[in-house]
Design a protein around this ligand. Structure first.
Ligand code: GDP
Ligand code: MG
Length: 446
């Protein structure tokens, strides 16, 4: 059912000054009327102070409510937002009162799902909403907001219109076959097709950065035991997450944390040291380290300042993106004139930490503060990439079907396929499967 009244706490539960409860669906105002003393609905989208009552008419809170008559609401349905007090009692009691009055507790993402089904936003924008809620770095948040505002949707819409033009042009060829010199020559058709194909490819090239931006770049600390990995991990995060001890082999499991460097999202992982070990648990940790190394977008190789790199460390640097952090620089006075490979750092003095954060962001995201992220839409998800890859494949097939020896009808069919791939990205072509996957990861109340 997509119209029955649903209710949810839209803010995080727990101790807080305020909380927000959302109610949406057909009959939402009747449900609200059973809970709000003298509910006023004559002034849409105005905050009204009211007393909220439980099912026996006892006040549970006093707060603001706003009524949004359909279709001018987030979901496109009649909707009421309640702003009540936070904490363990007021908001949960208000939700319980609304349920008692006939609303159903909402599923995760159900409000946004209704917004999509009612045409208030498309699927790409809905994904942007989820990404903004999940983001933990400013650039990531900006990319998500850009998507909510329709950046990627507009770009896809532009591609759709190009494809529709192409289909129209091809149908002329179907209707008047053999007229080589009709209003649209094969050369023109080919050029038109090549232009759309190039635009699809341009967008596809944003996928590696986009997907890395959404997930956060995986930066893995590696190096010999006791080289200062865990200390550096904590210092880069600014919180004590991993255990630091003088005992080699302390870190046995990988510790991961989401953070941001220079506004860019980073998944920082501390691992066990890379060395042979007889201790079974430590060996398992080392195995985990190897797996992390294989998955890393960047390896931060920790090497004590003032010593040469070992052959094993050189091996780690082969064939992957590696930055060398020279650790414990406070313990060694670097000899003037001797060039030290890597960025000199110390967790005691703080030397090099800022430089290192900057260098990591630069290495994995190409640096800058991301003006391109604001100006240009990115493909942030695998789903987007796969959709555009399908479109690109269909266009490549269409290309082979143009010309006197080709078949305009088949070419048009391929272009239709490309169009369908883009439609599925934006809209609810395959509603249950795609919508189910997307919205199951939402928060309740969104
Ligand atoms: N003086 C100094 N000691 C450090 C620094 N970083 C780490 N250490 C010490 O080196 C030892 C090993 O550090 P740890 O981070 O546990 O190394 P890991 O085995 O590579 O994780 C600990 O005793 C730390 O206190 C540093 O920048 N300066
Ligand atoms: Mg450690």
């Amino acid at each position: 059912m997509i119209s029955d009244p649903i209710v949810a706490l839209a803010t995080a539960p727990g101790r807080a000054a305020l909380a927000m409860v959302r109610l949406s669906g057909q009959g939402a105002f009747q449900v609200a009327a059973a809970v709000v003393r003298n509910l006023q609905t004559s002034q849409p989208r105005h905050a009204t102070l009211g007393t909220f009552l439980d099912r026996r008419g006892r006040p549970v809170d006093r707060g603001l409510y706003i009524v949004f008559p359909a279709p001018h609401s987030y979901t496109g349905q009649d909707l009421v937002e309640f702003c009540c007090h936070g904490g363990a009692m007021a908001a949960p009691q208000l939700v319980a009162a609304l349920v008692a009055a006939g609303a159903r507790p909402a599923e995760p993402g159900e409000f946004t799902r209704r917004a999509v089904l009612n045409g208030k936003m498309d699927l790409l924008q809905a994904e942007g909403v989820a990404d903004l809620v999940d983001s933990h770095a400013p650039v990531q948040a900006r990319a998500a907001l850009h998507q909510i505002e329709g950046g990627l949707s507009a770009r896809i819409q532009g591609l759709r219109l190009q494809l529709l033009d192409l289909i129209v042009a091809l149908s002329y060829d179907i209707d008047f076959p053999g007229e080589d010199d009709g209003p649209i020559s094969t050369d023109q058709l080919s050029a038109h097709l090549a232009a759309v194909h190039a635009d699809v490819d341009t967008l596809l090239r944003t996928a590696p950065l986009g997907e890395r931006l959404r997930a956060g770049a995986l930066v893995v600390l590696a190096g010999a035991p006791n080289s200062g990995k865990s200390a550096l991990f904590n210092a880069l995060l600014g919180v004590e997450r991993a255990l630091v001890t003088p005992v080699a082999g302390t870190t046995r499991d990988a510790v991961e944390a989401d953070t941001e460097f220079e506004g860019w999202p980073i998944r920082l992982a501390d691992t066990a040291g890379l060395r042979e070990s007889d201790d079974m648990v430590e060996r398992l940790g080392i195995e985990v380290s190897r797996r992390y190394l294989a998955a890393a977008d960047l390896v931060l190789l920790c090497v004590e300042a003032g010593r040469a790199l070992t052959p094993g460390e050189r091996e780690v640097m082969r064939d992957r993106l590696v930055l060398v952090a020279r650790t414990k620089s406070d313990l060694t006075r670097s000899e003037p004139g001797i060039e030290v490979e890597g960025i000199s750092t110390s967790v005691l003095t703080g030397e090099g930490l800022g430089t290192l954060r900057w260098a990591i962001a630069e290495a994995v995201f190409g640096g800058g503060d991301g003006p391109s992220v604001d100006a240009e839409p990115l493909l942030l998800r695998e789903r987007h990439r796969i959709g555009l890859e399908r479109a690109a494949e269909a266009l490549a097939s269409a290309k082979g079907l143009l010309g006197p020896l080709g078949d305009a009808a088949l070419a048009a069919h391929e272009v239709q396929g490309a169009l369908a791939a883009l439609d599925a990205l934006v809209g609810a072509i395959d509603p249950d499967e795609v919508l189910g996957r997307i919205f199951s990861r939402f928060c309740v109340g969104k």
